[in-house]
Design a protein around this ligand. Structure first.
Ligand code: NAD
Length: 264
């Protein structure tokens, strides 16, 4: 196969099923010749990820739960042993207790605040450090964020705070690793119907509000996100680092609903 990712090898973290954003990204990368490895969180998800990986000619699957650092280390050791080096990583991992993805942000517990931060934000830093050690010819890292980081979205609560920290860490990591020609960027995706997305209260209403009010009058698909990820992970974006790139059908530029809806 030929393509702009020909000869590049990367690790995809965060495929849960064929609705996952990481799956949309994987398809776009593989279609352009990338060789992929996948992590999965726990054996139940592993059973779903294995046939998906096989669809993209990958048999390189690694268990990894970012709350268990030994599994993170083992995954990167296995990549080092099999590939020797790494060209890119995709971090599409997020979690918060769904009981706190509703109601008031002010009611967030200390325990869930810490857990959300570690899984959804700090894991990217820990993974970036390990990945950078294998990116001996430069590389590209990508994480996923959401507009609830900079503006209040009902129910997004502590996840919005974690995404704000994640976006800031993208900029710090970009500065840290730029001298090694390693680029670090994020995609801020519009709402997508995924397992993680369903954990947010009123997710359907938020999805449909975006569909009706985004400039493109739809939401972004995992294929749309895959196309933008391909750009950010390929040499096409070799001058781009530290960016938060919105793939949300333009929703982030709006402030009021569409005129038609406003006049109703
Ligand atoms: P998803 O449920 O398909 O993927 C979330 C992934 O996170 C799963 O694969 C899960 O196994 C993994 N994960 C959670 N805790 C983990 C842990 N402790 N260790 C390892 N992996 C863990 O949902 P998705 O919507 O594709 O989410 C991917 C990323 O995109 C997340 O960071 C999410 O916040 C972000 N995002 C989602 C939306 C949306 O509307 N769905 C919008 C913008 C950003």
């Amino acid at each position: 196969m030929t393509g702009i990712m020909q000869g590049k090898r990367g690790l995809i973290m965060g495929v849960a099923n064929n609705h996952s954003i990481a799956w949309g990204i994987s398809k776009a990368l593989a279609a352009q010749g990338a060789e992929l490895a996948f992590t999965y969180q726990g054996e139940a998800l592993g059973k779903r990820v294995k046939p998906l990986a096989a669809e993209l000619q990958s048999d390189f699957l690694l268990p990894c739960d970012v709350e268990d650092l030994a599994t993170v280390d083992a995954a990167f050791e296995a990549i080092g042993e099999r590939w020797g080096k790494l060209d890119f990583i995709v971090h599409a991992i997020g979690f918060s207790d769904k009981n706190e993805l509703k109601g008031l942000y002010a009611d967030t517990t200390r325990e869930n605040f810490s857990r959300t931060m570690v899984i959804s934000c700090f894991s990217f830093t820990e993974i970036a450090r390990r990945a950078a050690g294998l990116m001996t010819d430069g590389g590209a890292m990508l994480t996923l964020t959401y507009g609830g980081s900079t503006r209040v979205i009902p129910n997004y609560n502590v996840m919005g705070v974690a995404k704000a920290a994640l976006e800031s860490s993208v900029r710090y990591l970009a500065a840290d690793y730029g001298p090694q020609d390693i680029r670090v960027n994020a995609i801020s995706a519009g709402p997508v119907r995924t397992l993680a997305g369903a954990g947010i209260a009123d997710a359907r209403a938020i999805y449909s509000w975006n569909q009706k009010n985004a400039p493109l009058r739809r939401t972004a698909t995992i294929e749309d996100i895959g196309g933008s990820a391909l750009y950010l992970l390929s040499d096409l974006s070799r001058g781009v680092t530290g960016e938060i790139h919105y793939v949300d059908a333009g929703y982030n530029i709006t402030s009021l609903p569409t005129l038609e809806r406003l006049r109703k």
